[in-house]
Design a protein around this ligand. Structure first.
Ligand SMILES: [Zn+2]
Ligand SMILES: [Zn+2]
Length: 211
């Protein structure tokens, strides 16, 4: 016995059915009430987007995860995207046999600063590396230190040119220590009291290197 679609009368002899409805009507039904746009949180400085609570590069995989998080109760598959639109395949999870529909979303950005850019903007630093001496060696050391910080997801918040060298303001003193060890450097270290945090005295490390 063929089924007949209650909406359009199509017969299951001629067209695939999803539950009681023909494919056309099931898709039409699933396209209804889909949001025309989606809000994505994006850092206005580095362009990373927030997905599952963290800021990540704005690639397809991360965008798909961010959209899925915003459209609970649906299976989302990202087909294509531009800066301001995302084309997705969307399937309702509640239905036993759900028709997948293609849907185009406009992306609306909520602009913010990620924690890294926020710290950069505030010139946050825990340590200062003072590089002095031969300018070629100083430049090489700046490159190495920059690469080391970036590959460890830390940053240099300020580069200051001074007489006979460069001062680098570093986001992490733990990483400064590991860089010094890793490179077998023997800088002169000094510590200055930077403030008190949670009842503990916080020191800023200064490393002086002659190159
Ligand atoms: Zn129908
Ligand atoms: Zn950022």
């Amino acid at each position: 016995m063929p089924k007949f679609c209650p909406t359009c009368g199509n017969s299951s002899d001629k067209i695939t059915f999803y539950g009681n409805f023909c494919e056309d009507c099931a898709k039409k039904k699933n396209s209804e009430n889909l949001a025309p746009s989606i809000e994505i949180t994006r850092c206005k400085r580095c362009g990373r987007i927030k997905s599952r609570g963290v800021f990540v590069p704005p690639n397809g995989r991360n965008l798909e995860a961010a959209i899925s998080q915003n459209m609970k109760g649906h299976d989302i598959h990202l087909i294509d995207f531009t800066e301001n639109t995302a084309t997705i395949d969307i399937t309702k999870q509640s239905q036993a046999a759900a028709a997948t529909v293609e849907h185009k979303l406009n992306i609306v950005y909520r602009k913010t600063l990620c924690e890294v850019c926020f710290k950069k903007a505030a010139n946050y630093h825990e340590a200062v590396m003072q590089l002095r001496g031969n300018s070629t060696r100083v430049e090489k050391m700046v490159e190495k230190l920059t690469r080391y910080y970036e590959s460890n997801n830390e940053f240099i918040s300020k580069v200051e040119y001074v007489d006979n060298g460069i001062d680098l303001y570093l986001s992490s003193k733990a990483l400064a220590n590991s860089f010094v060890l890793h490179m077998r450097l023997k800088p002169q270290k000094s510590y200055t009291l930077a403030g008190v945090k949670n009842g503990k005295q916080v020191y800023k490390n200064t490393y002086s290197l002659k190159l």
